[in-house]
Ligand binder design. Structure first.
Ligand SMILES: Nc1nonc1C(=O)NC1CCNCC1
Length: 244
């Protein structure tokens, strides 16, 4: 997988991945991160990348030509996609992350100011993606979220494939609670089942906890995920306990 990031702040992305499991993987041959700065594709003395909006309105907009030339400057692999990070995009979900991980190359365009000229989006962008319904200062943090979450899905990046499988959302549910030493913390012990060494009971407990947490925190996820027979039975028991 090759990540290309179109950004006015290339050092920001390099800094974000200087450490950690994804940072180490990005040094390998099968996972690369390249940044390209639209400012390098300007021709005026001030290297202008933004301008005021036609029709008025506060703030500045990123101009289409520098962005377009930055994208055009990139070598394109078969199966590459140009993604613009913006609040107007489709939500980034684990399902979408897994789809993106199938690509050979992701070109991530980071907006600044009030956004970018719509014609750049119409002519160059395959897909707009949002990391959430809030506004951040620049698309770079959103690009970092996409890079990290997609890279974790690429075999070999995260040492323990099982740890990715058990990640929250991997099967559409939230994660069960986890505990480690010490056995007692501020008077609270670890749930007995986890110290029982009975792996089947531990798995059942974790599955029940994941369902209960998902039902309490994110019932919307339950409508979308395909529950197995055992999970549906556990959820039915849960709802009966709550007299629902
Ligand atoms: N939420 C978001 N998901 O992706 N990008 C998001 C975002 O807030 N971008 C900012 C929008 C205003 N201009 C600067 C960038």
């Amino acid at each position: 997988m090759r990540f290309d990031v179109v950004t006015l702040f290339p050092d920001m992305l390099q800094g974000l991945f200087a450490e950690g499991v994804v940072g180490r993987a990005l040094q390998s041959d099968d996972l690369t991160l390249n940044c390209v700065n639209p400012r390098d594709f300007t021709s005026d003395v001030h290297r202008t990348v933004d301008d005021t909006r036609y029709g008025g309105g506060a703030g500045m907009l990123m101009k289409a030509p520098p962005l377009a030339q930055a994208v055009q400057s990139l070598p394109r692999r078969p199966g590459s996609r140009v993604i613009y990070l913006s609040p107007q995009g489709k939500p980034l979900t684990q399902h979408k992350v897994r789809q993106l991980a199938q690509q050979e190359q992701l070109i991530l365009v980071c907006g600044r100011y009030e956004g970018v000229d719509q014609r750049f989006i119409d002519h160059y962008v395959d897909e707009e993606i949002s990391i959430g319904d809030y506004v951040i200062s620049g698309g770079e943090l959103a690009a970092g979220v996409v890079i990290d979450s997609v890279a974790r899905c690429i075999p070999g990046v995260v040492g323990q494939v099982q740890s990715v499988v058990e990640d929250s959302f991997f099967e559409g549910l939230l994660d069960a609670p986890h505990y480690t030493r010490p056995a007692q913390f501020e008077g609270e012990a670890v749930p007995d089942v986890l110290a029982s060494g009975h792996h089947e009971k531990i798995e059942d407990w974790r599955e029940q906890q994941a369902l209960e947490r998902t039902w309490q925190q994110r019932p919307d996820l339950l409508e979308e995920c395909r529950l197995g027979t055992g999970q549906r039975r556990l959820l039915r028991d849960l709802l009966e306990q709550e007299n629902l």
